[in-house]
Structures are given as C-alpha cells and as structure tokens.
Design a binder for this molecule. Structure first.
Ligand SMILES: NC(=O)C1=CN([C@@H]2O[C@H](COP(=O)(O)OP(=O)(O)OC[C@H]3O[C@@H](n4cnc5c(N)ncnc54)[C@H](OP(=O)(O)O)[C@@H]3O)[C@@H](O)[C@H]2O)C=CC1
Ligand SMILES: O=C(O)CCC(=O)C(=O)O
Ligand SMILES: [Mg+2]
Length: 421
C-alpha cells in the first residue's frame, strides 16, 4: 500500500492506513527525544494493527537544523507541508532571550492559526511528585494560542516606536498617571471576542465529548478589565448562547442569587450537575494557582489566555511528575490543522546526552494517534507507560526522586517501553 495524505471532508478527518505525517526534529534535546519517541510510536502501531497500518514520517525543517541547511529558521516549505498534510508533530525549538529571532513555536501557531493549545495533565501511578495526592490532578488545559501579550507585539526601550506610543498614550488617550520612564519597553496585549469564543467553544465541546464535569475560565479580569475581564464575559456569554441546555454557568448562578438567594442558586447548580450539565465557572489567575495545589479535584477543563496558559501548563505538569511527562497539541478545530508537541523546551544542557525523558513527545504522539482515531495503538502506549513506570525503570528526572529506581537513558527508556507494549 502507498503512503497517502490525511484529508478532511466537511470537518471530518479522513485517515488512510499509511498516512504521511511531517515531523520537526527540534533543537537541543529534540533529536534524542524524537528518535526515542518515534520508535515507540512505530512499534505500537505495528503491534496494534499487525502491519495493516503504518505512519510514514516526513521530515520538515525548522530551527537550527533549518537555518544550517537553508539559511532560514522557518522555511516556507515547512509551513506549506503542514498546510498540505494537515497533521504534524514537532520537537522543541530554541528561542533566544531578550533579543534575536522571535519564537518559531509561536510563529508556527500564528501562521497556521492553531488557536487551541491543548495540554492534558494526568498522573501515572508511581511517578514521583511534590504533592501528597498527585492522582487528584486530572485537568486539560485549553490555552488560547494566537493572541495576548504572547503574540509578540513589543517595542524596545529607547526606540522611536516607544516614543511615539508613549506620546500617543499620554496626549491622546489620557494615560497621565502612569510612569513612563524613558527606559520603558512596551508590549501590547490584544484579546479579541472571536479569539476568545473559538477557544472557549473548543473547550466546552471537548468537555461534552469527553464527559468532563466543568470548564473553568482562568483570567486576571479584575486588573486587566478589557482583555482578561472581557475573556471571562465573552466566555460566559458564548457558553449560554451556544450550549444553553448543556451547561450551567456561574453567571446564571449569580443571577439566581440576586433574584432568589444563595440557597436557590446552590440548588439550581446541584440539579444541573445531577442532570449531567457542565458547570462553566471562572477563577482569578492568582488564586487559581493556589487552588490547583490545595483543591485540584475542583478543576477539570481549564480555558485561559496565552500567557496564563503557558505558566499554568508548567505548574500543573510539576504536580503530576514534571515537564518530562507533559504532552500537548496545537489545533485549529475549523480547518483540521494540528501540530502535536511537548510542553517543555529544548533543555539545552542535556542536548545530545541521550538522557532526558522522551515521554512528553511520546505522549504528544499518543494524542496524535487518538486524533487520527488509532485508539488501539494509543492504548498500547499508555499501558506500556504504566507498566514501565511501575517497574521503576525510568529516566534521570524520575530516578532522582524515586527510591529503588533503575535509571536508563532516553533511548533505553524507549527500549523498555517497546518491550512492555
Ligand atoms: N514549544 C517549545 O518548543 C518550547 C521551547 N522552549 C524553548 O526551550 C529553550 C529552553 O527553555 P527552558 O526554559 O530552559 O525550559 P526547558 O523546558 O527546555 O527545560 C527546563 C528544565 O526542564 C526539565 N526538562 C525539560 N525537558 C525535559 C525532559 N524531556 N525530560 C526531563 N526533564 C526535562 C529539565 O530540568 P532539570 O534541570 O531539573 O533536569 C530542564 O533543565 C528556550 O529557548 C525556550 O524558549 C521552551 C518551552 C517550549
Ligand atoms: O516558544 C518558546 O520558546 C516558548 C514556548 C512555550 O514556553 C510554550 O509554548 O509553552
Ligand atoms: Mg511554556
């Protein structure tokens, strides 16, 4: 059978038995983790389908490898390939701090309009964790992926752009009470109704499809009223308008409190929950970061803006054993385009040492397989992860926190996973 493209028909993926899936190897530890993870993915597909199905990996370039080979960090052919083949997977790409190129990871999300960054956070039994009951953390982050201060609209201290912006803010927009020393750099934070609605819609739809109990809108809307505050209001409005009979929102709860008191509102929420409705609630970002540690069971699907989502992703990953085991996917649910990638970065100090944990990129591959509907292969990976971790054969990140563990290399961990498939 020949390798074929994945296509989409009226929003439904059409996946051949031998799909072509582009991959970006990534910088730093990228080559190590991709080599290990792709071997496990191939072995799981082979075992699940006995040779009937097979992924044809097609390398596309980005980052240092692209620059060395083509003189460009993100060649147009790479973007075209993802447009053409729909689904891709990538390793991490380096972004220099304080200067140099802007993030290629962010550029990929923006260029392909991959507006949802989906990051599931779940615990594998036996993984060392800094919290007492890591199994209580089971959340899925929906991070808006194209807007916010993270989009990169920034102007450097001392530049003409900053001088013009400050003059505009002071003279035309009345921003008189704020310090603007000459040394100010300025960033701009766009958050739109459309951007919020498509992200929140995807989070609620996911919660419905996956039988989740709640969606929490995480924001700092008390301080940033027209960006983060608007995110909250637009999110509630969308939930009530598009999912009215399937959800119960805290905005509705507040209205019932006003009309009939708290007892009536509590009763309405209990009845909605008993009827299987999804509760749409919100939390201010600072207290949210405390409560995911102290009351993790109260949170399920989490929808938030780009920067909050970035911070929350790494914080939640720590609760279930760290960034070595944190997968993700960047998805446009309207066009069907998706790039799967780990939450972590290039971990440069470990580059080329065959040392780090390949699980984040492997579990991103697990998400990819589920996205294709290849659930049997994905389930094999999950059971092998459980078995391997239970046997305490792990990479350095877990071994340093586990009593009686056998530390193996990145590739050694892949060997062990393949053995346990
Ligand atoms: N999507 C992407 O491509 C991303 C790219 N980046 C980029 O990566 C670069 C480095 O960023 P940095 O802030 O250091 O964050 P990293 O996530 O790369 O690494 C931070 C630390 O996390 C741990 N870690 C990372 N990956 C693994 C793994 N696979 N297994 C086990 N532990 C792991 C290591 O901890 P320890 O030291 O404790 O062993 C490592 O030192 C930057 O250029 C950044 O911009 C960052 C995030 C995402
Ligand atoms: O693009 C980068 O370098 C960092 C991205 C990041 O931290 C993330 O998406 O979680
Ligand atoms: Mg991050």
């Amino acid at each position: 059978m020949a390798a074929e493209k994945i296509q989409t028909n009226n929003g439904v993926l059409s996946v051949p038995n031998e799909p072509i899936v582009p991959f970006i190897e990534g910088d730093g530890t990228g080559p190590d983790i991709w080599a290990a993870a792709s071997r496990v993915l191939d072995a799981a597909v082979e075992k699940a389908y006995g040779g009937e199905r097979k992924i044809h990996w097609k390398e596309i370039l980005a980052g240092e490898k692209a620059y060395n080979q083509t003189g460009e960090w993100l060649p147009a052919e790479t973007l075209d390939a993802v447009r053409e083949y729909l689904i891709a997977i990538k390793g991490p790409l380096t972004t220099p701090i304080g200067g140099g190129i802007r993030s290629l990871n962010v550029a990929l999300r923006q260029e392909l309009d991959l507006y949802t960054c989906l990051r599931p956070v779940r615990y594998f039994t036996g993984v060392p964790s800094p919290v007492k009951r890591p199994e209580d953390t089971n959340m899925v982050i929906f991070r808006e992926n194209t807007e916010d201060i993270y989009a990169g609209i920034e102007f450097k201290e001392g530049s003409d752009e900053v001088k013009k912006l400050v003059a505009f803010l002071q003279d035309e927009l009345g921003a008189k009470n704020i310090r603007f020393p000459e040394t100010s750099g300025i960033g701009v934070k766009p958050v739109s109704k459309e951007g919020t609605e498509r992200l929140v819609r995807s989070a609620i739809q996911y919660a419905l499809d996956e039988g989740r109990k709640s969606v929490t809108l995480v924001h700092k809307g008390n301080i940033m009223k027209f960006t983060e505050g608007a995110f909250k209001s637009w999110g509630y409005d969308l939930a009530e308008r598009e999912f009215g009979d399937k959800v119960f929102t805290w905005a509705e709860y507040d209205k019932i409190v006003e009309a009939s008191g708290r007892e009536a509102a509590d009763k309405a929420q209990s009845e909605a929950e008993a009827a299987g409705k999804i509760v749409i609630k919100d939390s201010i970002a600072d207290i949210f970061l405390q409560q995911i540690l102290t009351r993790p069971k109260e949170f399920d699907v989490v929808a938030t803006m780009n920067l909050n989502g970035d911070y929350v992703s790494d914080a939640l990953a720590a609760q279930v054993g760290g960034i070595g085991i944190a997968p993700g996917a960047n998805i446009n649910y309207d066009t069907g385009h998706a790039i799967f990638e780990a939450t972590h970065g290039t971990a440069p100090k470990y580059a080329g040492l065959d040392k780090v944990n390949p699980s984040s990129v492997l579990l991103s591959g697990d998400l990819l397989l589920r996205h294709l509907g290849w659930v049997e292969a994905a389930d094999l990976i999950m059971s092998s992860m459980d078995k391997t971790i239970e046997s305490k054969v792990v990479t350095y990140d877990f071994a340093r926190l586990m009593d009686g563990a056998t530390e193996v290399s990145c590739s050694g961990f892949a060997d062990e996973l393949i053995k346990n498939l």
